[in-house]
Each structure stands twice: as C-alpha cells, then as structure tokens.
Ligand binder design. Structure first.
Ligand SMILES: Cc1cc2nc3c(=O)[nH]c(=O)nc-3n(C[C@H](O)[C@H](O)[C@H](O)COP(=O)(O)O)c2cc1C
Length: 363
C-alpha cells in the first residue's frame, strides 16, 4: 500500500513541486498542510499512511522517550509553525529552527537550489527566522505529542564578540518548552559562525553560555558540527564536548565541499545537502562513535533517503537519525518506508529494540 502512496507522490505531486522554485515549493507545501488540516478526512488519511508504529522502534535518548528514532532535521520548520502538522506525519521528533535572538529575513532570494542528478539541495538561506520571542509565542500555543528539539544560532547582525548573549537568549526563552536543544555552530551561511568550531573559540562560547545560564543547560544540549572539519579537529572537539559535559552531538550539517558532487558542477554558493553529504557524515559518525564509546549520544544526519541509508547510520553509531533533503526528493511517505524497513530488520535479527543495534556495524 505504501508503495502505491509513494508512487502517487512521485507521479503527481512531485512534478508539481519540482516545477516551482524550491522555496516557493516549500511555501506551497506549508499551505497545503494547513489546508489539509481543515479537511479532517484528508489529513487523517495522510497521518495514517505516513505513520509506522512498533514497540521495537521506541527509544530513550538523554532521558527523552522517542516513539521512533527518525526526526525531521533543523531547517524544515524554521518558524515552529509546521510542528503541529509534522508531528502527525510519522516522525519521532522534530528539530525546530535555527532560531536566533532577533528575527531576520536571511539572504536575498533565490537561495535554495536543486541539483536533481545528485539528489541534492544547495542552500544559502542564512537563518531566516522570526526570532526567539516570536518562535516562543508560536510554540507555546501548541500541543506537543512527540519530542521537540530547538536549534539555536547567532543573529547575523550580532557581532561575534556578543554571540554568547545571542545564543543564551534563545536557549533561555525556548528551552522551557522543548525537550532538547542544539547549539548550531556549523551553518556555512552566517559569516564567522563556523569559527566557533575552533578549539579556543568553542570553549569560550560554551563556557560563556553555560555561565550565563547559571552553570547548567536546562535541557539536554547537543552540538551540531560540519562535515568539512578534519578528523583530527573532530576528535579534539569531541574530547572538549565530553569535558564540558554537553549531552550529545548532531553529525552533520551541510557541506561546502564542491567535490562532494559527482555528476554536476556546483555553481551556487551555499551548503550542500542530500546524497553528496551521505558518505562523509557516515564516516564522521563512525569516528565519533569510536571516540565517544556511548558516553553521549549521536544524532546522525546527512543524505538519508531510504531504509538502507538510515540503517547504515545507526549501525555506524547514531542513536537517533534525521532527514531533510531525502524528504523533499522522496516525499511524505519516506518516514513510513524507513521505519518499516528498520523494524523488519530488527524482527529478522530477533532484536527487541533499535538501541541494541547502535554502533553494531561489525557484528
Ligand atoms: C534548505 C535547508 C535549510 C537548512 N537549514 C538549517 C538550519 O537552519 N539549521 C541547521 O542546523 N541545519 C539546517 N539545515 C541542515 C540540515 O538540518 C541537515 O543537517 C543537512 O541538510 C543534512 O541532512 P540531509 O542530507 O538529510 O538534508 C538545512 C538544510 C537545508 C536543505
């Protein structure tokens, strides 16, 4: 049945979406979701056909209960307005944001590009978001049925020297209505942001944020890293992440490496997502799992668009996984397909819980 649904998406809906420029297609789908919500029969069916449930897929990470390990990655719901719909479409969690202290429009349009031969997107959105106050207002009115992550960044106009204040403001504001937080220091589209991945700047930033928050993060707090770091820098950062008592890592953000594209030439500036980032993010998860030895969890993201690419991330060491670009290319039934595949795998292997196969690549 689910094959029929996804064929329907491929044949009828995707050609319409892909005729529009990517940002308009996103707006269009947002409007469609809101419209569908007003037609209960339609939305209930969408919900039914995109939701896959199994006790084997339930998992507890950082003390949070997830109905399944598959989340929507940051950037899809940059305002928090889509959370009520997305939480009914089969995901086990939604990461809202990136949210910054002050609302901002982001970079001039066009700023998202499809590279279809690569099953990739390139974006240079630049954290377009309503700001922490408005996001709080939106999110606080909602009923939360699954865990919500809040991803925070720095407002473009805030000087680097004042970044601690910017991050702290958003964390303080939105943490009380979220289950976990992600400190994003890896977006390529905010000048200077990736500089916080350098050892000394990273330590000052995190210690500064922690101090401003009274010594502790109020909810489990993860760090999201770029795939473009050298292995040695990642290992060094992971050591620091452990010593600063952060709760986990999100691996990875988009890449700016043009040679990650195999079939096309990169002509637009921005972060590349989808298939080109799959292998590098997998390598980094593997590296991180070896280094972290299960002391803190890993959220694996980058190029997942099938059950196989989801499973490889879990076997490499991801406790949770996320998708974004795969959802654009494969459509709203992708969570069902991924979760069904994972569940069948567990059943065949006679394993009772997804958490038992995390990092079990070689067994
Ligand atoms: C259009 C677009 C916008 C994104 N915006 C954000 C963002 O605001 N914050 C963030 O941490 N990651 C952002 N990302 C990165 C994704 O969360 C994810 O890390 C990356 O795309 C790799 O996953 P994927 O290959 O499944 O897309 C964005 C990705 C895309 C494609």
């Amino acid at each position: 049945m689910i094959l029929f649904q996804s064929l329907f998406y491929e044949t009828f809906l995707k050609p319409i979406f892909f005729k529009l420029n990517p940002e308009n297609a996103h707006e269009f789908s947002k409007n469609l979701l809101q419209l569908a919500d007003n037609i209960p029969f339609f939305f209930q069916n969408l919900e039914k056909f995109s939701t896959y449930e199994s006790s084997r897929l339930k998992t507890k990470v950082s003390g949070i209960e997830f109905p399944n390990p598959l989340g929507m990655a940051a950037g899809f719901d940059k305002t928090g307005e889509l959370f009520p719909f997305l939480q009914r479409l089969g995901f086990g969690s939604i990461e809202v944001g990136t949210i910054t202290q002050f609302g901002q429009k982001g970079n001039p349009k066009p700023r998202i590009f499809r590279y279809e031969k690569e099953s990739a997107l390139v974006n240079r959105l630049g954290f377009n978001n309503p700001g922490a106050d408005k996001a709080f207002e939106t999110l606080s009115k909602q009923q939360k049925k699954i865990p919500r992550g809040i991803n925070v960044g720095k407002t473009k106009l805030t000087p680097i020297e004042n970044a601690i204040e910017d991050y702290t403001y958003s964390l303080k504001k939105i943490s009380p209505i979220s289950d976990y937080a992600v400190i994003n220091i890896s977006s390529p589209n905010t000048p200077g942001l990736r500089g916080f991945q350098e050892k000394d700047s990273f330590v000052s930033l995190i210690e500064g944020i922690k101090k401003s928050l009274g010594g502790n993060f109020p909810i489990p707090t993860f760090i999201k890293l770029a795939p473009d770091l050298e292995d040695s820098s990642i290992e060094e950062l992971l050591e620091i992440i452990l010593s600063l008592k952060l709760d986990g890592v999100v691996l990875t953000n988009t890449t700016i490496n043009p040679s990650s594209m195999k079939e096309s030439q990169l002509v637009e500036q921005g972060g590349i997502s989808g298939k080109p980032v799959r292998q590098r993010s997998l390598e980094i998860i593997r590296l991180a799992f070896k280094k972290l030895k299960n002391r803190i969890p890993i959220i694996g993201v980058g190029g997942i668009d099938s059950y196989e690419s989801a499973l490889e991330k879990i076997l490499a060491g991801a406790n949770l996984i996320q998708i974004y670009t795969g959802y654009i290319y494969k459509g709203p039934f992708l969570p069902y397909m991924i979760l069904e595949g994972l569940d069948k795998f567990l059943e065949e292997k006679k394993v009772n819980s997804i958490s038992e196969i995390v990092g079990k690549e070689n067994s």
